[in-house]
Design a protein around this ligand. Sequence first.
Ligand SMILES: [Zn+2]
Length: 285
Amino acid sequence: MKKGFFIVFTASFALVFLFVIQYFQYEDGKLHIYICDVGQGDGILIKTPNSAEILIDSGPDKSIINCLSSYVPFWDREVEAGILSHPHADHFTGFIDVIKRYKLKSFYTNSLGSDTQTWKILQDQIAEKRVSAKYLHSGNYFSEKNSLRLKVIWPNSDFNSIKDQKISYSDINSSSIVILLSYGKFEVLLSGDAESQILSAIQNEIKDIDVFKVGHHGSKDALSDSLLYSLNPEVAVISVGENNKFGHPHKSTLDLAKKHKVSILRTDKDGTIHIVSDGKKWWVK
Ligand SMILES: [Zn+2]
């Protein structure tokens, strides 16, 4: 056998083998949620039962790419939707690299924007790659025929019509797009950096969920007694960087979750958190 032929044959076999492995690993018709370990920030990859990718926030740097290349099969170069909860760098910076390496089909956020240089780079990229960009507000939703639904429950449309207002850092957190994801009986609340004050105002719409992505990296005001009574989550996930300068997650927040017997998963301790559901049952992998 000629050497060149042998090398080509081995490489082709390896590629087919990788394809088969990844096909059965990723195309299983289930919902996969990855709360990616991106350090101090949020980056959440949702792989839908129909194999679409939705990225909610993208972390503070290019580390989101590690998460995408680990959990999106190598032949899939499209991300169907990017949703930015609010315009803070620990949530949007990674989108710059995502747009460079993947075809991001649409980008959604609230109307606030930012005057930082990093934000300008992202906006230039969105324009250059002609990514469709839209604002989201309560009442908007994404859905698939198989009963997966992402319903926006905050902010309301009045908020998005107020442009160029002077808004403080904590108010920008309050502008976070809050999404209730449901797939059959399985429900997850994704709250960006919105804290208990905002979530309490909309808690009538959200009762007895399964998983709660805690707002604002588990800050001091992330949770409250009444919010936890209402949401009654089984698992709370905190996306947070190791030894971060903000002291997140706050001890009182961890104590409150403990008091309500909510299990806590943290990206700084547990790495990327992978949750799977078939619409009836769900589990942490
Ligand atoms: Zn944040």
